[in-house]
Design a protein around this ligand. Structure first.
Ligand SMILES: [Zn+2]
Length: 170
């Protein structure tokens, strides 16, 4: 069955590897420690970013205070207010409403997909290296990826308003 997050996850402006991780998340297939513990792979199911709560996908996206900081920054960058209990569902709906133009909406989705990917890599890095990186670094990486990607997505079809908007964010 086609569900509406497909527009967000498989949007053509997304970096393909970002889409793949976002797709796994929406299917509930990311191997969080909660799932690894249930499968008997690990004995500790605490989040590797904060060591305070169970690592569920809701926790990583975006209840964990570290991922929340990344999300907050990125949403602010895009001019969207982050709610107190932002989840992947509430946030993609908000991002989807930023539809002053089709190009811009696609750009917003690409940013959100990049954020999902980088938060999961952030978590993986902590998981494999026992080092929790600074959330500011993750924000920088997301912005870099988006700047790169958007440069290749802008075409002659983009109108002046959209181009101006893009030049203000990159
Ligand atoms: Zn956490």
């Amino acid at each position: 069955m086609k569900v509406d997050w497909h527009h967000w996850v498989w949007n053509s402006y997304n970096v393909p590897k970002h889409s793949f991780i976002a797709w796994m998340l929406m299917l509930g297939k990311l191997k969080t420690r909660e799932r690894l513990k249930a499968a008997g792979v690990v004995s500790d199911d605490r989040c590797v970013l904060c060591f305070a709560e169970t690592e569920t996908s809701n926790h990583v996206f975006f209840n964990c205070y570290r991922s929340k900081r990344v999300c907050e920054h990125i949403m602010l960058w895009m001019g969207i207010r982050m709610g107190n209990r932002e989840t992947i569902y509430t946030s993609w709906k908000k991002w989807g409403r930023q539809c002053r133009s089709r190009n811009r909406q696609k750009a917003y989705y690409a940013v959100q997909t990049a954020m999902v990917y980088h938060l999961w890599m952030y978590r993986n890095y902590a998981y494999w290296n026992n080092v929790v990186r600074n959330p500011e670094i993750i924000v920088k990486e997301i912005k870099q990826d988006i700047k790169h990607r958007m440069q290749s997505c802008v075409t002659l079809k983009w109108n002046r308003e959209d181009r101006n908007w893009l030049s203000n964010i990159v």
